[in-house]
Design a binder for this molecule. Structure first.
Ligand SMILES: [Zn+2]
Length: 846
């Protein structure tokens, strides 16, 4: 799978008049190596550029304003206007935008100061550079992002601390210390302060917050809180947040099973100070106030401004960004958009208010970067485009209404859709070099920092417990980075190795243009709110939900409507790259649970519940975790559990209940557990207890079958008694619910509408001869809608923390399947506690 990067970036600005800015060098790289650090392999000359002019009139949109020469790696301006250029390889494409202006008037740094990493090889940080261009009649932007364009000459103030920047404007720290970086161009000279940090050094700053089993920390699950955007003066505030989050996480029922599993989870924190409060925002914000869209809203805005219409961002994905000065009325714009061959555009979802908000998706400024310790970013820049898998498209001869033209338009417009939403928070590609920032990010300065963390004995070297290395690690992904930022964001990032959360839920910010004697220099600086006090409850909900992803749980909420080709494009068994849904333990898609193998051609939505991976999870009457590996004792199997639990097992012996023994298997380094292995090596059934030694917890088991070859189960394996009713083993799906699924071949949703996104809990339809639990949305079975889609993707229950983490006490809990999975991974000896306290038992059924 080829992953492409474009240097300097994907949002290029050139001018016709100034020879120094008429052309630039560019390179298309492919990331090599399975894990970081990655090798950047130049493949520019294997790319085919294809030009599209989104703002030109229909019929003339294949014209070029620049020439992309893949042989020399040069882009040269040829006319004034905007092109989207698709760079295609044999199996991948990436879209860049090129704006050609008449002239460049001024430039400035987008950073006041910047922190970067000491590194013998890689230049980590890339200061942002912005420019003001002439007021052209073509509707090109006045300000542009010329970072890495090599127009501005950069030099280090002290090369013993900071090497001189490379041609992409990236800076490499040589030794810890502070210096400055100077830039000059167009008779403008600016400097910014640079701080170099050695992230990889040992730091014994891990502090215990909650004690689960500290001496045994290396063998159990550990949570780590780190600070981003907190200054040295904010340390007490960080401490207070961590204490409250940790307390609530383990105390409140809505966050179970964390509380039940408390003795198997330690919590640590490690504080480091940032130079600035807040974190960097990659998006621009509206700098003009209109009724439909406030000043300070991210571009594009991820919310609705009216009724059943598109979100502003959905409209931008379909029609692109407005030209500067766009003043056509709604009727004219709808006519235009209907004539442009746009993908999946429905003018019934466009209102006057929405169009006004869309027109305001424009700004004269870029927000100045915040200088934080780890270099996180909210949302992303237009420059930060990613590549997409896809074979080259058929040639397009004319800008007509043909099928090839529509496919071409669809691909070109992915420039407007490939971005991270404003509410996501990830590592900033201008603080983390492309050689390190991909996949599980094990090579990043952040993970170097974590790997160097230690505490007092016996946890001097605990940091490595959180650093991915390709094997399953219990603490993997249990890092909560708390960002001192009021804009709403919560993300599980870098292949589930890190969660990042902000402390408030705001959707807009305040920023002010910094006065400058040169009126063409438009620095836009965020105002730091006086009182950045956290919304703790909402934050804790987010942390608990994001950790769910680290337990290999997918989102159970809906964000997008299932579209007409959804099954063909996403659930096609012949395309192994299209379906990641089923890797999550709590998500199933039609591709796996179909009843009719021809579902792609006959649109059958019927499901086969026997293919459902959570169907066989047992309800558990009693469980224990083995404290040592099994041994053979004569012809019997000997296991050991905590002696304090032994009397419960004596009662099982007396009752003669059947006992099972299960190896806890993580199939991937990300902790995938389902489908459960049912082989004899991983699951022994039909065991009965011969004797229990209550003094040392030793239990001798005999088997109905032969124990040949000798079973071998490790410490930590799960010994359990499956719950039986009238001699029949009970699974998490009640028998009558399963029977209903078998006979209907349909999910349980009472509300079967998949044409609209539902954010709410789903309730089950009536099941004959069965009364669901009191809060019927908790019923375990199969519900449609999940992994952000409304249809053909399924989840176990009507409500779950992975669907909605907010809401009253009755919502916001994990569903029973998610609780089972987390319990099985953290402490399978607690299955019966979870079952007794939280299984949503059906009402008494006559
Ligand atoms: Zn769930």
């Amino acid at each position: 799978m080829a992953v492409l990067r474009v240097f300097p970036h994907c949002d290029i600005h050139l001018t016709l008049d100034n020879p120094a800015t008429r052309s630039i060098s560019f390179t298309v790289f492919q990331l090599l190596n399975a894990v970081g650090p990655y090798t950047l392999s130049p493949i520019t000359n294997t790319c085919t550029p294809r030009y599209f002019a989104p703002h030109a009139t229909v019929g003339s949109r294949l014209q070029r304003f620049a020439n992309v020469d893949v042989t020399t790696g040069t882009i040269t301006a040829t006319g004034i206007g905007t092109n989207l250029v698709i760079l295609e390889t044999a199996d991948t494409y990436i879209v860049i935008r090129i704006q050609v202006h008449q002239n460049i008037l001024a430039w400035w740094f987008g950073n006041e100061k910047i922190t970067t990493a000491q590194d013998p090889i890689y230049a980590h940080s890339q200061p942002s550079i912005y420019a003001m261009f002439s007021d052209d009649t073509t509707g090109t932007d006045r300000v542009g992002d010329i970072t890495g364009h090599n127009f501005v000459r950069l030099s280090s103030g002290d090369t013993t601390i900071l090497a001189d920047p490379n041609s992409d404007g990236r800076i490499r720290g040589v030794a810890e210390g502070e210096t400055d970086l100077e830039g000059s161009f167009l008779s403008i000279t600016e400097t910014i302060d640079v701080r170099v940090i050695n992230y990889a050094q040992t730091r014994n700053i891990l502090e215990p917050v909650k004690f689960g089993d500290m001496p045994n920390a290396a063998n159990i699950h550990n949570i780590l809180f780190v600070a981003e955007g907190f200054t040295a003066a904010d340390e007490a505030k960080f401490d207070q947040i961590v204490t409250q989050v940790s307390t609530d996480l383990f105390l409140k029922q809505r966050h179970e099973p964390y509380g039940t599993l408390s003795s198997s989870i330690n919590v640590f924190k490690a504080f480091t100070a940032s130079n600035d409060r807040l974190v960097t925002c990659g998006f621009q914000v509206a700098d003009n106030q209109i009724s439909a869209l406030s000043k300070g809203t991210p571009i594009p805005y991820e919310h609705k401004v009216s009724g059943d219409n598109y979100l502003v961002s959905e409209l931008v994905r379909r029609v692109g960004l407005p030209m500067r000065g766009e003043d056509r009325n709604v009727r004219d714009l709808k006519d235009l958009w209907n004539s442009q061959g746009l993908n999946n555009f429905d003018d019934a979802k466009v209102s006057i208010r929405l169009v006004n908000a869309w027109k305001n998706s424009h700004s004269l400024g870029f927000l100045e970067t915040r200088d934080t310790f780890f270099g996180m970013i909210l949302g992303s820049r237009w420059a930060d485009n990613n590549s997409t898998l896809g074979a080259p498209l058929a040639a397009v001869a004319n800008d007509d209404d043909s099928a090839p033209l529509k496919a071409f338009v669809k691909r070109a417009y992915t420039f407007y859709s490939g971005k991270k939403a404003a509410r996501s928070i990830t590592m900033d590609p201008r603080r983390h070099p492309p050689e390190l920032l991909f996949g599980d990010s094990r090579a990043t300065s952040f993970m170097s920092f974590v790997g160097g963390l230690g505490a007092a004995a016996p946890n001097q070297t605990l940091g490595s417990a959180w650093v991915p290395d390709g094997t399953f690690k219990k603490s993997r992904g249990l890092i909560a980075m708390i960002s001192n930022e009021h804009m709403h964001a919560g993300t599980n990032l870098n292949s589930s190795t890190l969660t990042a959360n902000t402390i408030n839920q705001d959707a807009l910010l305040n920023a002010t243009y910094v006065p400058n004697p040169n009126a063409n220099i438009k620095k836009l600086r965020r105002d730091v709110p006086d009182n950045l006090s956290p919304s703790l409850d909402a934050m804790i909900n987010t942390v608990a939900h994001e950790f769910g992803h680290s337990f290999n749980l997918g989102d159970e909420y809906e964000e997008f409507v299932e579209y007409s080709n959804f099954a063909t494009e996403r659930l096609n068994p012949s395309d192994t790259t299209s379906n990641f849904f089923d890797n999550y333990d709590n998500i199933a898609s039609l591709e796996v649970i179909f009843d009719d193998a021809n579902y792609l051609t006959n649109n059958s939505r019927e499901i086969d519940p026997s293919k459902l991976k959570w169907n066989i999870l047992p309800r558990i009457k009693l469980s224990a975790k083995l404290t040592s590996a099994t041994q053979m004792n004569g012809g019997n199997l000997e296991v050991t559990v905590n002696s304090r639990e032994a009397n419960s097992w004596e009662a099982i012996r007396v009752a003669g209940d059947e006992v099972h023994l299960r190896r806890i298997v993580m199939q991937t380094d990300q902790g995938q557990q389902l489908p459960l292995s049912m082989t004899a090596a991983d699951l022994l059934t039909g065991l009965t207890i011969v004797s229990v030694d209550e003094s040392n917890g030793t239990i001798v088991l005999s088997s109905a079958g032969t124990l040949v070859p000798s079973p071998s189960f490790p410490e930590g394996a799960s010994l359990y008694v499956p719950l039986k009713i009238a001699g029949v083993m009970q699974n998490v799906i009640e028998d009558k619910v399963f029977t209903e699924l078998v006979s209907s071949k349909l999910p349980l949703n009472k509300d079967t509408d998949t044409s609209a996104v539902s954010k709410k809990a789903d309730f089950p339809h009536r099941i004959s001869d069965f009364k669901p639990p009191c809060q019927s949305a908790r019923l375990v079975g199969l519900f449609e809608g999940g992994a952000t889609w409304t249809g053909l993707v399924y989840r176990p229950a009507g409500t779950c923390k992975m669907r909605t983490s907010s809401g009253g006490e009755e919502h916001g809990e994990f569903c029973y399947v998610c609780k089972w999975l987390i319990t099985n991974r953290v402490d399978p000896g607690k299955h019966h506690v979870i079952h007794t306290n939280f299984y949503p038992v059906a009402k008494k059924n006559e």
